[in-house]
Design a protein around this ligand. Structure first.
Ligand code: EPU
Length: 320
C-alpha cells in the first residue's frame, strides 16, 4: 500500500481538474485493508467525479493492476484494473460478453458501483458476484448479483456510499461469441468478430464523446431521466421530434442529451466548462476549468431544462 499526503488529483480525474487531497491511500492486490479514520471516499479512475474543492479527508483508491483469474467461464478481475483492459483481456482469451463496454475509461470496481452501461450492455448483465470489503464491519463480503440491487447507473454500493470497497468483480462470460447488436448503430455488423465489434464500439464512442487525451470530461454528465407514461406521451405530443422511448425499469427513459440539445446548449461554454459540440450530454474542460465552472454550467442546464420541459436532471457524475 502507498500513502501520499497533500497529493494533486489532476491526473486522477478524467476532467483534469486540479484539487489537492490531504491524504491518499493506494491499495495493492493482496494488501490488507486499513481502517480509515475520519472522512474518506473511494476513487476509481476518476471518470465520473468532479472536484469542486480540495479534499481534507482521505482518498482511498485501488492501484491499476491487471490481476485476472479464470475458472471455466467465470472471470474475476481486480477492482482497480481498467475496464477497457479487462475487455481486451477477455477477447484475447476467447471469453465474450464485455465487448460492448469497450473504451469505457473507468475501473472494474466502479463498473459494479455505477452499473456502467453502453451500447446495449450493462455491467449487471454479466456480473455474477462482487467481492467487497465492508468498511463498517471490517470484513470481506461476497455479494451475489441480486444482493447488489443493480438498476440504471445504480447499485447497493451507491445506496450506501462509503460502506463497501469493491475489491474484485466476477463476470460470467461465454466461450462462444454472439454479438450484441441491440444498439441501433451496430445493426449492420452481424458478421463482426469480437475484435471488430470492440473496434466499432470504440469508433462510435469517440464520435460522440471527447477523447480523454484531448479534452477532459466525465462522459455523460447527467443520467437519462425515467418518467411515467403520461409524462412521456405529453412531451411527445408537444415535441414530436423527441426520440422515441420504450418502457423499461418502471418508466420511460428519456434522452437527456436530446433535452439539453433542444434547449440550445450544444457547443455553449461558460467559464472553463463547455457542452460538447456533438453531444449535449457531455460537459468538458475547455482548458483550465475548475470544479465550480462545471457545477455552475450543470446548474444552469438543469434549471433551463426544468423550465422548458419540467424535467429535473440528475448528475451521473459525483460532485465532491
Ligand atoms: N441526442 C441528441 N442530441 C445530443 C445527444 C443525444 O439529440 O446532443 C439524442 C440522440 O440522437 C439519440 C438519443 O439522444 O436519439 C440518445 O443518445 P445516445 O444513443 O448517444 O445515448 P445517450 O443516452 O446520450 C447513453 C449513456 C452513455 C452510453 C450511450 C450508448 C447515460 C447517461 N449515458 O448515452 O454512457 O455510452 O447511451 O449506450 O445513460 C456514460 O454513462 O458516461 C456514457 C457515456
Amino acid at each position: 500500500m502507498y500513502e501520499y499526503t497533500d497529493i494533486h488529483l489532476k491526473d486522477r480525474n478524467t476532467f483534469g481538474i486540479d484539487a489537492v487531497a490531504r491524504r491518499l491511500l493506494e491499495i495493492e492486490p493482496g494488501d490488507s485493508i486499513p481502517t480509515v479514520e475520519g472522512d474518506f471516499f473511494v476513487l476509481g479512475a476518476g471518470s465520473d467525479v468532479v472536484f469542486v474543492d480540495d479534499y481534507a479527508g482521505t482518498v482511498v483508491t485501488l492501484a491499476d493492476r491487471q490481476v485476472v483469474t479464470v475458472d471455466d467461464n467465470l472471470v474475476t478481475a481486480w477492482g482497480g484494473m481498467r475496464m477497457d483492459a479487462l475487455v481486451q483481456w477477455c477477447i484475447d482469451h476467447g471469453l465474450y460478453g464485455l465487448e460492448n463496454l469497450s473504451a469505457i475509461p473507468g475501473t472494474v470496481g466502479a463498473g459494479a458501483v455505477q452499473n456502467v452501461g453502453a451500447y446495449g450492455v450493462e455491467a449487471k448483465d454479466v456480473i455474477e458476484r462482487v467481492e467487497a470489503y465492508d468498511l463498517r464491519e471490517c470484513c470481506l463480503r461476497t455479494l451475489s448479483n441480486a444482493d447488489c440491487r443493480f438498476g440504471y447507473r445504480h447499485s447497493l454500493f451507491k445506496e450506501l456510499p462509503g460502506r463497501y470497497l469493491v475489491l474484485r468483480v466476477a463476470f460470467r462470460l461465454r466461450t462462444v461469441f454472439v454479438p450484441n447488436l441491440s444498439y441501433k448503430a451496430l445493426a449492420n455488423l452481424p458478421h463482426a468478430t469480437a475484435a471488430e465489434l470492440r473496434q466499432a464500439i470504440a469508433d462510435l464512442r469517440w464520435q460522440k464523446l471527447p477523447r480523454p487525451e484531448e479534452h477532459g470530461s466525465a462522459g455523460s454528465f447527467f443520467k437519462n431521466p425515467v418518467v411515467t407514461e403520461t409524462v412521456y406521451l405529453a412531451l411527445r405530443e408537444q415535441f414530436p421530434d423527441m426520440p422515441e422511448a420504450h418502457a423499461s425499469e418502471g418508466g420511460y427513459k428519456l434522452s437527456a442529451g436530446w433535452l439539453i440539445d433542444r434547449a440550445g446548449w450544444k457547443g455553449r461554454t461558460q467559464g472553463g466548462a463547455g457542452v460538447w459540440p456533438t453531444n449535449a450530454l457531455v460537459l468538458y474542460n475547455t482548458g483550465g476549468c475548475t470544479g465550480s465552472d462545471v457545477v455552475a454550467l450543470a446548474r444552469a442546464i438543469q434549471q433551463d431544462v426544468l423550465d422548458k420541459f419540467q424535467i429535473p436532471l440528475t448528475p451521473e457524475a459525483i460532485i465532491i
